[in-house]
Design a protein around this ligand. Sequence first.
Ligand SMILES: Cc1cc2nc3c(=O)[nH]c(=O)nc-3n(C[C@H](O)[C@H](O)[C@H](O)COP(=O)(O)O)c2cc1C
Length: 370
Amino acid sequence: MQFGSLQLESNLFLSPLAGYTNLPFRLVLREVGGLGLTTTDLVNARSLLERNPKALKLIETNEADSPLAVQLFGAVPEEMRDASQYLESIGIHSIDINMGCPVRKVCKTGGGSAMMTELDKTAHLVKMMVDSVSIPITAKMRLGWDDNNITAPNLVRVLEDVGVRAVFIHGRTREQGFTGTVNLTGIREVAEAAREIPVIGNGDVTTPESARHMIEATGCDGVSVGRGAFYNPWIFRHTDHFLKTGELLPEPAFAERVRVMRRHFDLMLEVFGEQRGCLMFRKVAPWYAKRFGPVKPFNKRVVQISTRDDFESTLADYLGWREQFVDADGELIERYRQGPMVPTFMQEDDEPAAAKRQVIPVPKGPVEVW
Ligand SMILES: Cc1cc2nc3c(=O)[nH]c(=O)nc-3n(C[C@H](O)[C@H](O)[C@H](O)COP(=O)(O)O)c2cc1C
């Protein structure tokens, strides 16, 4: 996989998840393996130019965190250009543009000609960025506003013409938010619209099989995973292996899940300090715990931790309590085990209702800009 001159080791990507895709999480995922490129949360271009401390924290990185893309958000071409130059000057490898939905204003005013104006404006902004740096510029978008306004295929062609090096496409419309099923046909239309640049499919991928299905059904060149990486930090390693060999690696053992969670916790404290790190880890730990089996007492306490000691005692008490549910090898007794979550686009029509209810939760946030 190649983005312009940037060579990537796999065709698997971490999607930006505002509030989550910080340095500790990216490092944990890289250590587990399989990733081609990670990205930061979206960062406001103007805040970056103002050297706003919060924006600078969002782009905090180190040598192990490579290659890295920063996702920029902004509508003023000069600001997007200057922010791009700044990012290139500090060694960032790629810049992704958060495109949200290109036709929002069009839908509000309802005019087709307005849509072209909007596309022209977008093209102008992107071209200024592309012309000002030598690192690749990519774009991330949804299919369009709603099912009647699938604009992404058009937009991809426009973007390719002005020099965008790859496109990430979340297979839902803005109207859908995070509901309904990812539209693989829509992703395929975008993949077909691109002439040469890679198109990366995105949405609901939680297993190696679903990643392969997305690639096969849409012809996309790679897959980007967001929430599925929280649910299963091994997804990139296992998917990369599966795509290359057709072999499914075994699910990580409980001890390995705890090891990786602990590593994540340590990195959080290293990067954000004990107080803030603990506060942030309150929303991270329950994701790891989703595959621990019976977990109520752990979740109840881990969302209240304020110190390293709080975390350690919460975990130690939980490990003791959990003993009652495990066999001699330390693995969960069969009836407490939970299989991987199957995305709706992989579920059969006659799937039992309980399986269909399995959906990856969407944390609260400003969905309108994702
Ligand atoms: C909590 C959260 C934060 C997100 N933040 C961003 C963001 O900063 N930029 C962006 O382009 N998309 C953002 N998204 C959308 C994801 O990148 C991704 O497109 C979407 O979650 C679908 O992929 P998934 O099903 O693999 O999570 C966010 C999604 C979630 C759930």
